[in-house]
Design a protein around this ligand. Structure first.
Ligand code: NAG
Ligand code: NAG
Ligand code: NAG
Ligand code: NAG
Ligand code: NAG
Length: 370
């Protein structure tokens, strides 16, 4: 375990950056009016009504509670198309996978956590977004808390605007995504883009050559890296002693791949592949299935370390696109020994025994260490 998490030079690096660069550069980059990259996409949500499997893109995994008459507690899982223009039938440029639920007893109001998944020749990667969708406001800002692939370690703001709402059947949101923090491999492409477009923002990129930050955030050079194995034994009714997770909702009837089934877990995490090895951490959180044509999941959880080696937590969220050999999720925060850490968690499925047991390899790479 001692070799697992080697002390790194990140603290030194960051101190150097702070003193050489008295916050001005970063402040400039993070001027809310001057995102370093921005794009507008349209989100289309067609709520499953029971007989529209072909068209529906989301489904209620829970019914509303009786706390008010505004669907309080109704949890909707979605795998929604994202288009560049307002037309539902335009070619999707990304998918939005995640959930929202209604959370106000006097008005319609929602809370979102989801992943934008890009898989085209233009962009490959994900953006992880969360926040309150205060529907009574004309526009609402949510947080882009992490990114992977082309959006490696990105952060920013996603501004929602409801464009149309057809009862509970269909709604369209405009999502104006502004990056205020961008990293290594984005810099090159953004510089190119701005150079091409000749916008004044190109000066931001070039005046502030991100070198310090860039160095720290080279994807090949995490400041901490360790591999852990996650074991999930799904409760089936008679295995209380062994089970480590349980389905809190039933699958919906949208497809045959468990769409909407939400599993809560408190899973052991080991440093080798053996289920029965002494756990070095717990993974507590949830995943749910969110695709109607294939097995595909979405995770949000905390790794909890409580040993003499490490005390603290790491918070992780993102899409688990199970059809891919490896998937990158975002490490969005940390506490204790992992104070304020951010990074990437790369999942690989190592074994899958029906719905009973599966093991994931989690390769955790931190790029912000303190
Ligand atoms: C699915 O969408 C198409 C086109 O938008 C529409 O013509 C059709 O009626 C829809 N089917 C259902 C079951 O809602
Ligand atoms: C919601 O309520 C309906 C009607 O009572 C019931 O048939 C359905 O199973 C419920 N769905 C969930 C997810 O609990
Ligand atoms: C991305 O596209 C490739 C090529 O079409 C496909 O093989 C792969 O499954 C896609 N991945 C996701 C996550 O959709
Ligand atoms: C629990 O796990 C042990 C060892 O892995 C196994 O022998 C036993 O049959 C399991 N019990 C149940 C109820 O699954
Ligand atoms: C951490 O370990 C200590 C000592 O074994 C125990 O008292 C404490 O409850 C544990 N905390 C958690 C969150 O597991």
């Amino acid at each position: 375990m001692r070799s697992l998490l080697k002390k790194s030079y990140c603290i030194l690096f960051l101190l150097l950056i702070v003193s050489q660069n008295p916050v001005s550069g970063r402040k400039k980059v993070l001027d809310p009016k001057k995102p370093c990259k921005r794009f507008v996409l349209y989100y289309h949500d067609i709520l499953f009504g029971g007989d529209d499997v072909a068209n529906a893109t989301s489904a209620a995994a829970t019914n509303a509670t009786k706390l008010g008459n505004t669907e309080f507690g109704m949890l909707v899982v979605f795998d929604d198309p994202m288009t560049k223009d307002q037309h539902l039938l335009s070619h999707p440029v990304a998918r939005a996978q995640g959930f929202y639920f209604y959370d106000m007893k006097t008005d319609y109001n929602a809370w979102f956590a989801y992943t934008l998944i890009f898989n085209s020749s233009d962009h490959k990667g994900t953006l992880n977004i969360m926040g309150a969708d205060m529907m009574m406001e004309k526009t609402r800002d949510l947080s882009v808390v992490g990114g992977t692939g082309d959006f490696f370690m990105a952060r920013g703001i996603a501004t929602f605007k409801t464009e149309t709402q057809q009862g509970t059947k269909y709604f369209r949101l405009k999502m104006d995504i502004k990056f205020l923090d961008y990293m290594t491999n984005m810099v090159a492409s953004i510089s190119r883009e701005y150079a091409r477009e000749g916008t004044s923002d190109s000066t931001i990129v070039s005046q502030n050559p991100v070198s310090g930050r860039n160095k720290v955030l080279d994807p090949k050079k995490p400041c901490k890296q360790f591999v852990l194995y996650y074991h999930d034994i799904l409760f089936s009714g008679d295995d209380v002693a062994n089970a480590t997770s349980a389905a809190a909702t039933n699958p919906t009837k949208l497809g045959n791949t468990y769409f909407g089934m939400l599993v809560v877990f408190d899973d052991p995490v080991t440093t080798d592949q053996h289920l029965l090895s002494p756990p070095v951490a717990r993974a507590q959180g949830f995943y749910f299935y969110d695709m109607k044509t294939d097995y595909n999941a979405w995770f949000a959880y905390t790794l909890i370390f409580n040993s003499t080696d490490h005390k603290g937590t790491l918070n992780i969220m993102g899409a688990d696109m199970m059809m891919e050999k490896t998937r990158d999720l975002s490490v969005v925060g940390g506490t204790g020994d992992f104070f304020m850490s951010r990074g990437i968690a790369t999942f690989t499925t190592e074994t899958q025994q029906g719905t009973k047991y599966f093991r994931l390899k989690m390769d955790i790479k931190l790029y912000e260490c303190y």
